[in-house]
Design a binder for this molecule. Structure first.
Ligand code: SAM
Length: 318
């Protein structure tokens, strides 16, 4: 029987040399084959319809235009889900805790990893929600998205910047690393490496939002992406993202890296699956946990550590 793996088209139609960031050619028939092998014939058909040259290499400009248009639709979802406000609900108290911890005078820096079109960074710059002492930077592996994020920020006259780079190399130092909708792109093993890299840096915390792996997530994603997204690629990847979302256990175990206290906000059992669409996994330097909880007030009851999982039940799997 065919093993069904969840692959996102957007991960397959672009390729980058991780050593130097150079764009690599992608063969259309190779992507179609991968999708067929994964048991996803509808996705294979979407890719088979993308423009390619006579050698069968996907047209890089057409791919860029497509990804920018899909990410523009994604930005509308972020606006609707009020991602900026959700992030500030936690990051506001986190920066309060960092400012209160006398050892770390500002200015501070927030780096959004896998920023796409940089909606979150541009929203934070436009609202000034984190305060004037927080510099705002977005990083993404896709140079076309970074270029468009930069163009939008200039057009909007915003004080923020965007950098082409890999989440596992961290081209920009940060006080706090954040992301939205990125963690499910990494398998469980890579996820631990992602958090370890940040813990090994001078950063004081990370706060990564991704789709909550509830039983309602795949159906919710199907309804929402069908209603809000026009291109079949965006609809497809939106639903697959929800299927790939990491569960509580995987997130908490992966984030429990040396030097950081792992904390999950709104875990299963403390959240309403109808309301919790995205929620964050945090890592904070241990001395910051008490002031963070104090600054969060009642909301800190929704923040749990790995002890919430109970005794170890073996390694987390996906
Ligand atoms: C689903 S999109 C989310 C974009 C944006 N954060 C948002 O919420 O609209 C995932 C993003 O992660 C980026 N990405 C994937 N792997 C990456 C890596 N290793 N380093 C940096 N960015 C990465 C992709 O290029 C893409 O822009």
């Amino acid at each position: 029987m065919l093993r069904v793996r969840h692959l996102e088209i957007s991960d397959l139609i672009t390729a980058v040399d991780l050593a130097d960031g150079r764009r690599l050619p992608v063969r259309r028939d190779e992507v179609v084959r991968q999708l067929r092998d994964s048991g996803d014939e509808p996705a294979a058909r979407i890719v088979a319809g993308l423009p390619a040259d006579r050698d069968g290499t996907l047209d890089p400009d057409a791919v860029d235009r497509l990804l920018i248009s899909v990410h523009t639709e994604l930005q509308r979802l972020s606006e609707e889900l009020r991602i900026g406000n959700r992030l500030v609900h936690l990051l506001g108290p986190l920066f309060t805790a960092i400012r209160a911890d006398g050892g770390h005078p500002g200015p501070y820096r927030l780096v959004d990893i896998g920023c796409g079109l940089g909606y979150l960074v541009r929203w934070l710059a436009a609202t000034g929600a984190l305060g004037p002492d927080v510099e705002l930077i977005g990083v993404d592996l896709n140079a076309a998205l970074v270029g468009e994020a930069d163009r939008l920020a200039r057009a909007e006259g915003l004080d923020c910047r965007f950098v082409h780079g890999n989440a596992f190399e961290l081209p920009e130092a940060a006080t706090v690393y954040v992301s939205t909708g990125v963690l499910h792109h990494f398998g469980a093993a890579a996820l631990a490496g992602f958090f370890r890299t940040q813990a090994a840096s001078p950063a004081l915390a990370f706060c990564h939002f991704d789709i909550a792996a509830t039983s309602l997530a795949p159906i919710g994603a199907r309804v929402f992406h069908r209603a809000r997204m026009r291109h079949p690629l965006g609809r497809h990847d939106g639903v697959v993202s929800a299927r790939r979302a990491h569960d509580d256990e995987t997130l908490l175990r992966a984030a429990a890296v040396p030097g950081m206290r792992a904390l999950l906000y709104e875990p299963r059992g403390l959240s309403n699956p109808f309301c919790t669409t995205l929620r964050p996994i945090l890592g904070v330097r241990p001395q910051l946990e008490p002031p963070l909880r104090q600054a969060l007030g009642r909301a800190s009851r929704r923040l749990v550590g790995p002890e919430h999982l109970g005794p170890v039940r073996g390694e987390a799997t996906r």
